[in-house]
Design a protein around this ligand. Structure first.
Ligand SMILES: Nc1ncnc2c1ncn2[C@@H]1O[C@H](COP(=O)(O)OP(=O)(O)O)[C@@H](O)[C@H]1O
Ligand SMILES: [Mg+2]
Length: 429
């Protein structure tokens, strides 16, 4: 790719037009032959595995998502179900449209799910660009209740899976939904509730959301708690927790809320939001590191909000620069942020802010080393970080955030330690 294209990609999002293809299938396949038109303009959505494409074909804009055939079939089936249950219905003055992607099979391991691109998602519109949502908190909670009454549980009913356009609400990403017309009136389970409040709290205050939910829930009968999901099991194993699922969820909720709720002391809206940083790290790394990031963020936000905000600015700049570089070495550069969260006091907030002003990844690294040669980050960048040091840092973060001590021979801690240690040697220029 030439450098002019690199600039065009981020500054002037263009759209790939594939009118010469003889069919939509052919258009999709050719869209994936070039990296240039990957979906890379959203402030929050980072396509780590290079799965998405946006293109124009015969006057219509499409978005394609690469998936394993079984996963794609399952998601399409659920979307079709949702379509049958609620498409065209009107609630709170808003008309629902359910996006049902088409499947284009390529080979035994790959399919493309393709749908019409219906506009910018609500996470970008309302929490980054600050465009007023169509409804107030009450309206979205009412929609959630409507879905439940229809027998649909849709944990993916979150701003990132919604596009609002006129008085139409497009809903997609039904992969975690369940459908049961006989579902007796019931409400959220705890896991779902936490996720709902956390994600919508970027648009409305938590108090507002909770009071609306409390006013609307029909019987205050919660759905049966599902088994622990992978993130929660990893969390449990890291701290060797022996209590019930319910107690585990309560503890996780405290940590995750603290880690991922909105930052209120950064004035401009262009920084990456903590929940989106959490998503990004979950996509870049394995679940042990995902959990550890939440733990260390939660701890830092309790101890020193100012430092946390400065680190958020640093992540934002690092991600901006990595995007211009086609996400190359994203795991390496994000590790700088992971280590900043684990050892925040190696630098001052002013230090982090000045580093975040650097316009090049190399300068960011050089600056960090100059400011404190003995910092954990500097040791990492100069390939001098020892596993014993990493082990101690990780254990401190886990204890600090949860009050629980990992096992002496914790395999989760070892996995993290070995990974960080070997990553410092791996970066290819
Ligand atoms: N039909 C669509 N129209 C507009 N944007 C879409 C559409 N489908 C997906 N997107 C965008 O792509 C992002 C990821 O798509 P999604 O289907 O939610 O995948 P994932 O399973 O990775 O969450 C969405 O958050 C949204 O920004
Ligand atoms: Mg989604």
């Amino acid at each position: 790719m030439n450098p002019d294209n690199a600039v065009a990609k981020t500054d002037l999002p263009q759209i790939l037009t594939l009118d010469s293809a003889v069919s939509l299938s052919e258009a999709v396949i050719s869209a994936y032959q070039d990296n240039y038109y990957s979906f890379n303009t959203s402030p929050w959505f980072i396509d780590i595995d290079n799965r998405f494409r946006i293109f124009m074909y015969n006057g219509t804009r499409y978005i394609a998502k690469k998936a394993r055939p079984d996963k794609a079939a399952d998601e399409v089936e659920k979307s079709q179900n949702a379509h049958n249950f609620i498409d065209g219905e009107i609630v709170a003055g808003i008309k629902f449209k359910v996006i049902v992607p088409k499947i284009i099979a390529v080979d035994a391991d790959t399919t493309y799910m393709i749908s019409e691109y219906v506009g910018t998602d609500m996470n970008e519109m309302s929490s980054y660009r600050l465009v007023k949502p169509l409804l107030d908190a009450h309206g979205y909670v009412e929609i959630m209740q409507f879905l439940i009454k229809r027998g649909i549980t849709h944990p993916g009913f979150l701003p990132r899976n919604i596009v609002e356009n006129g008085d139409v609400m497009y809903l997609f990403d039904w992969e975690d939904a369940t459908f049961d017309a006989n579902l007796t009136p019931a409400d959220f389970d705890r896991l779902w509730y936490t996720n709902f409040i956390l994600n919508w709290s970027y648009l409305f205050s938590r108090d507002e959301l909770e009071s609306n939910i409390n006013a609307l829930i029909s019987t205050s009968r919660f759905l049966t708690e599902p088994d622990l999901v992978r993130y929660e099991r990893t969390f449990r194993d890291l701290i060797d927790f022996k209590g019930s699922t319910f107690e585990m969820r309560n503890l996780i909720e405290q940590v995750v809320f603290k880690a991922e709720m909105p930052v209120d002391d950064i004035k401009d809206e262009s920084h990456l939001h903590p929940n989106d940083i959490g998503h990004l790290f979950a996509d870049v790394y394995f679940s042990e590191l995902d959990v550890l990031n939440d733990m260390s963020s939660s701890l830092l936000r309790t101890k020193n909000k100012l430092l946390y905000s400065a680190i958020v600015k640093l992540v934002t700049q690092i991600i901006t620069l990595i995007r211009k570089n086609d996400l190359k070495n994203i795991d390496y550069y994000c590790m700088v942020v992971v280590l900043a969260l684990l050892s925040p006091e190696d630098y001052s907030a002013n230090h982090y802010e000045s580093v975040a002003n650097q316009k090049d990844l190399k300068d960011i690294c050089a600056h960090l080393i100059n400011l404190n040669q003995n910092s954990i980050i500097s040791l990492f960048l100069t390939i001098k970080l020892q596993t014993t040091e990493i082990d101690a840092l990780v254990r401190d973060a886990v204890i600090g955030a949860t009050g629980f001590k990992p096992l002496e021979n914790s395999s989760q801690i070892e996995k993290i330690t070995v990974f960080i240690s070997s990553l410092q040697k791996e970066k290819d220029e």
